[in-house]
Design a protein around this ligand. Sequence first.
Ligand SMILES: Nc1ncnc2c1ncn2[C@@H]1O[C@H](COP(=O)(O)OP(=O)(O)OP(=O)(O)O)[C@@H](O)[C@H]1O
Ligand SMILES: [Mg+2]
Length: 264
Amino acid sequence: MALIAMVSAKGSPGTTTAALACTLSWFQRTVLAECDPAGGDVRAGYLSGLQVPTIGLLPLAVAELRGQTGAEFPQQLVDLDSQQPGHRLLLPGLTDPVQATSLAGSWGRLADFFSSLESIEPAYDVIADCGRLTTSTPPWPLLHRADLVLLVIRATSLRTISPAVPAVARLRQELTTHARGAGSLAAVLVGSEYPAREVEKRLQVPVLGELPIDVRAAGVLSDGGRLSGKEALLRAAVSLEADVRRHVATYRTSLMTSVEARRG
Ligand SMILES: Nc1ncnc2c1ncn2[C@@H]1O[C@H](COP(=O)(O)OP(=O)(O)OP(=O)(O)O)[C@@H](O)[C@H]1O
Ligand SMILES: [Mg+2]
């Protein structure tokens, strides 16, 4: 498994919280790359108690233009877990949405770099928080290259599910036109008032799991504080890892099968 892109539609808050919950709880070494063109949230939120220098995505993109991505990458990371150094890392996002325009030409190469981290020793998965699809500059090349595009849907009512319908249509069209089809597309629900089966039927997209509404844990992930690891939100994120891995493995197998079938 390599690159997982998380995105949301209108009216579905929870992407950064979900991405951070997964980064802090998955077994596999993980980098959370804040690729939301509207700006990163973690520095001023979960890490607000720390003085985080202005490192991260923008300096990495500058290094990428000089062909120095690999050498600069370790300098641009914040370690999120003092108990297991190097296991859970953060690439902080932009501090101003204006910076997103300068990244437009770099998303594809940055995505290729993130994907390559699966093959180094030790290997890393990258969870890219890509923000809302409704921004004017979604990081499309990154979404095209992702092994999994995970649409985060607040499943509390028809009002929050409905904007996911055009979002799925747009993602499907993008992935079919610019990537290897829409097999990389799936959803994760936040809240379970609206059953996963119903969402799958309505959107025609597999739902890989559900994260509960957990106001306390989400509050810590958004604004800082202490977590025990036993919170319902973190436990659900732990379970999601296996489903995500299964989905990526199935998708990759289907790609290989179709390549072999074409070869004849
Ligand atoms: N599972 C959850 N349970 C309870 N509250 C949640 C949950 N997930 C997110 N929230 C709350 O919703 C708000 C928005 O969450 P978050 O920052 O993750 O949304 P987002 O999709 O990243 O938003 P944006 O697109 O603005 O970056 C925060 O106050 C957060 O604590
Ligand atoms: Mg966010």
